[in-house]
Design a protein around this ligand. Structure first.
Ligand code: GLC
Length: 745
């Protein structure tokens, strides 16, 4: 039926299905579209706007309804428009940024957050969301680590699968049910490995590194049924991803069996010219079509150049028909041919759950489980009820805690930390002062079109500092809320030195001379380098950008109403010089055996430790978990057997709490060098005070496999070390197991 529909279309109508524009091209009250946006992107005057296939980032249901109605009225083919948007971690109920969410290691809860995201988008009439972003990241200089699942392949796979299931529904049905959207896996591929952490920079890596570390999260999202994939801006080994036939046809379609829609990133087809990979728009159009890109996001390349190309070349016309068919299949999977409005044609149709109590409760729970307790000397936390608290810092009353990609969130809905603490502490016990600017003076113009979104600092800095010191002196404890600004993070937010602003460091230094315990609450979209401040404070709670429920989640954790359980999904460096630094590094011939070893000829620095400030998998709790009684049912296995690992975890502290028990494996000898360790399993458990639980892990052959240079995915016989720990650095149990072809009788 759909192929017949394709055959009935003119070439212009076919090409139109591959064009994605923004809503301003459909402003029927504005006849300057042709001289305005159309001219701006160089779309030829002969292009028929009503042939367009999809719209980018129109998110208002009245506008969507009106645009669809007008389009169906005016278009000859009557094929409904697709509405796609960047709803990455929440539509109106904004969840923590993805890099924070994966610190929860609670993927059922992450899936629930994606279900909420989909429901709220569905009510607005959105059909596709450009989420989840699943780029593996190892470099906190890169601004987009905030929207990534972190440095670990397994967590990246869990995140991809949970998000696709939450957004699309995890049924096997081809059709996407009501209340759900189509998900888009991005950015294909390895965008997170940009050289020097500099935005849009080139990516160069072996196929072994690509297959074993960077591709699995995309593959898992595709396996979960994601309907779209988005190309990455970067080159991969010298070829721009958007024009990369090997990557998009051989790898994505043939090896990963993706049969959905491949959409370019914003203007990426035109950028093939800027990359120096295409000579002009004609060659860019041909390269992108040959590379399997179906939709041209927001450039004129396909619209202006494909017609002539396909008229001259039947093979290209066949590729065009293939691409159009995939777009129509996506529209059909969304049920648009039956109901172009997907249930929002009238206000009566819509059950309004946006920012509902239930949605906010889910957001609160995920925020509480995403915020990491990095330090808590002498049980500084939780706060006690009768303590006099001085809440100080530019984030004390800041509402911009949603993160860079919350483009539809309203900061007005956000709970500030002051609100949160006021809800839990006696007002007489809480005093508040800003203490310092959020950003250093004279840096307000670094953020381009976001400059006017920065906080306006009205007071004199000296006055702010004096006020802070004054309330600190009359308090028992200081809660110091600091951090980088939202626009120092996110796309285009690469930083050479990801530290706290100097104005905030000055505040921390001044307060640290008062001999009062300081609890540092840090906001940010990346692992900031805290080495300079770490020894000046008693406790550190890393809030990331926690979303709409910010202040309540942080206050619940500060007061012990909730017990921190999050564990880092990305390593915190001691210094910029260590970057990229990540736990699962490959082994070397001259390892630094231990910190005390100063032997020169080892893989080490002479001016800094190799160790991170905080390792992957690290996070503290208010309670204590004791690990004991570690057992293996056998110490060797064949490829079709498993080894059972069991241990007991007991809550020996005075708070109930959650613990994330982690299992790592090291392949001792293999035909390519393997990492010092790899996370292969984890369990998040909830234990009351005094409660114990027997944990079981099952090691199977799949956990021991890796991609070989010839593309095969298999394990190799030999020795493996297994580690059970609270994080990637602290091993409570270590044992050697063996993979054998057969048991010696
Ligand atoms: C942006 C981002 C991509 C986003 C797209 C549409 O530049 O790279 O993640 O989905 O453009 O806004």
């Amino acid at each position: 039926m759909l192929r017949k529909k394709v055959d009935q279309l003119t070439i212009q109508e076919k090409i139109g299905q591959l064009i994605q524009l923004t809503g301003n091209f459909f402003d029927t009250h504005n006849d300057s579209v042709v001289t305005g946006p159309q001219k701006k992107i160089g779309l030829s005057r002969s292009y028929q706007i009503n042939n367009t296939g999809s719209i980018l980032n129109t998110v208002d249901k009245q506008q969507i309804r009106e645009m669809q109605r007008t389009h169906l009225l005016k278009s000859t083919h009557k094929i409904p428009l697709l509405f796609m948007a960047d709803i990455i971690y929440g539509f109106k109920t904004i969840f923590p940024i993805p890099l924070a969410q994966t610190c929860s290691w609670n993927f059922p809860l992450i899936e629930e957050s994606a279900t909420v995201l989909a429901k709220e988008c569905y009510e607005a009439g959105i059909h596709v969301t450009f989420a989840p972003m699943v780029d593996l990241v190892r470099d906190p200089r890169w601004g987009r680590v905030m929207e990534a699942p972190g440095e670990d392949t397994l967590l990246g796979e869990c995140y991809a699968e949970s998000m696709v299931n939450g957004i699309q529904g995890n049924g096997d049905a081809q059709h996407i049910p009501k209340g759900k959207l189509a998900a888009c896996i991005k950015h294909f591929a390895a965008y997170g490995a940009a050289v020097a952490g500099r935005e849009y920079n080139s990516v160069d890596m072996s196929e072994s590194m690509l297959r074993n570390f960077f591709l699995p999260s995309y593959a898992k999202g595709i396996e979960a049924g994601a309907k779209l994939v988005m190309t990455a801006f970067n080159t991969l080994n010298g070829i721009p991803c958007t024009g990369n036939k090997w990557l998009n046809r051989d790898m994505l379609r043939d090896t990963l069996h993706f049969d959905g829609v491949l959409i370019s990133d914003y203007a990426a087809i035109d950028e093939l010219i800027t990359h120096g990979y295409a000579e002009n728009q004609t060659s860019a159009a041909k390269q992108a079509l040959l590379a399997g890109v179906d939709i041209d996001m927001k450039t004129a390349v396909y619209a202006n150049k494909l017609e002539k190309l396909v008229k001259q070349n039947q093979d290209l016309h066949a590729l065009l028909d293939e691409a159009v068919l995939r777009v129509l299949m996506l529209k059909n999977d969304l049920g648009l041919f039956d109901d172009p409005y997907r249930g929002i044609q009238t206000e009566e149709d819509i059950t309004n759950t946006i920012l509902s109590k239930e949605h906010k409760e889910t957001a609160l729970k995920l925020a509480e489980e995403s915020i990491v307790l990095l330090k808590n000397n002498n049980h500084t936390l939780p706060l006690s009820r009768n303590q006099k608290v001085a809440l100080i810092g530019p984030y004390a009353e800041e509402k911009a805690t949603l993160g860079f990609w919350a483009i539809t969130g309203d900061e007005a809905d956000t709970i500030t930390l002051k609100d949160g603490l006021h809800a839990l502490l006696d007002t007489s016990c809480l005093s508040v002062a800003r203490g310092a600017y959020l950003l250093d003076k004279h840096t307000e113009n670094l953020y381009d079109k976001y400059n006017d979104k920065l906080p306006v600092e009205s007071e004199d800095e000296e006055t702010l500092l004096e006020e802070a010191i004054a309330i600190a002196k009359t308090s028992d404890i200081i809660v110091l809320a600091v951090g980088e600004n939202t626009y120092q993070s996110g796309e285009g937010g690469s930083r050479t030195n990801p530290v706290l602003p100097a104005t905030q460091l000055r505040l921390i230094n001044a307060l640290s001379t008062l001999a009062k315990p300081i609890v540092l609450v840090v906001y940010g979209g990346r692992p900031l380098i805290l080495t300079e401040v770490e020894e000046k404070v008693s406790a550190i709670l890393y809030a990331w950008f926690p979303g709409t429920m910010n202040g309540l989640a942080v206050a619940n954790l500060l007061t012990g109403k909730a017990n921190p359980s999050a564990k880092l999904s990305m390593t915190f460096p001691r210094s910029v010089g260590q970057i990229p630094i990540y736990y699962n590094e490959l082994r070397t011939g001259r390892p630094q055996l231990d910190e005390e070893n100063t032997h020169r000829f080892a893989s080490r620095y002479i001016d800094q430790s190799n160790l991170p400030l905080y390792p992957f998998g690290f996070g503290k709790s208010y309670t204590h978990f004791q690990y004991s009684d570690f057992r293996l049912n056998q110490e060797e296995m064949t490829k079709n057997e498993q080894i059972k690992v069991t241990l007991t975890v007991k809550n020996t502290g005075s708070y109930s709490g959650k613990e994330i028990v982690q299992l790592y494996i090291c392949d001792k000898v293999a035909s390519i060098t393997r990492p010092v360790k790899l996370l292969k399993a984890f369990k998040k458990i909830d234990l009351k005070v005094g409660e114990s639980q027997r944990i079981e892990f099952e090691i199977d052959n799949n956990m021991l496999k890796f991609y070989h240079p010839d593309g095969s995915f298999d394990s190799e016989h030999g020795d493996f070390d297994i580690f059970i720990g609270k994080d990637s650095a602290e091993h409570l149990f270590k044992r050697r197991i063996r993979l054998v072809s057969k048991h010696n009788t």
